[in-house]
Ligand binder design. Sequence first.
Ligand code: NAP
Length: 266
Amino acid sequence: MDLNIRGRRALVTGADSGIGFATVQLLLAEGATVVMTDHDPDKLTHAVDKLSELDNRPYAFAADVTDPAAIERLAQQVGDEVGDLDILINVAGIHGEGGLFHEISQEGWDHTLDVDLMGPVRVTRAFLPGLRRGGWGRLVFVSSEDAVQPYDDELPYCAAKAGLLSLAKGLSRTYASEGLLVNTVSPAFIATPMTDEMMNERAESLGVTCDEAIASFLREERPFMELGRRGQPEEVAHVIAFLCSDAASFVNGSNYRVDSGSVATI
Ligand code: NAP
């Protein structure tokens, strides 16, 4: 399917790793002009180096989504060097502090909500004026299965991701008439550094190998993931890219689950 996004200007947050990096690769292959942003300048440079063989090279600017001044600078740099965006994809996120409600610190709550909910709010606020000028736009927020199926040992993450669903749905009402379509993608258990870290911790606490930790996690904690494996970042990126395309011209205010059935409800 031709996504028809050749030359469209896209910015991806959380772009040097996991789902963000896979999305960057796919958009570049589709001929989009891609701006990568993430908060660690060295990791960002390393990710850009991995794309050095491509004719279609990305732009890259480091910025921390919790830092309002850095996001303002990012918007200025992108405006000066790339121009107004057509596509904004909010991927950056953290799992944050885990544990039962009474075990989680105030700082754990503040930081998780700051990165996972207020980060996308800041980035969207900074780029919205340019997106509105274009008259054609796509905004995608990466939420999580946890938004609608909360796990009681990761409530700050669940609450932040549920907030993103609400934010995106509200934005989809305001700007559709201007040509901006807003949707969310909600993955579950994708093979990225985020879940590698979770599985390494699980392996250590159970005294098993990482593969055994993954198998027991799927069996005990994610019984409705019917495909019985972790997803690949590319499997999420394909859905994100579709939502950024002309092919998704009648899709607005939706939440696409990419979770192998993990969310138990219809
Ligand atoms: P990942 O590889 O860890 O990617 C997340 C990226 O966000 C990392 O590059 C990370 O940088 C960056 N980031 C963290 N804090 C940031 C900040 N303050 N400012 C800017 N960038 C920041 O994990 P992933 O699995 O691809 O996650 C991507 C998104 O998918 C996240 O929003 C996550 O919640 C969501 N998600 C993932 C899964 C899954 O199973 N993997 C499931 C549901 C939802 P550093 O690594 O350098 O800190």
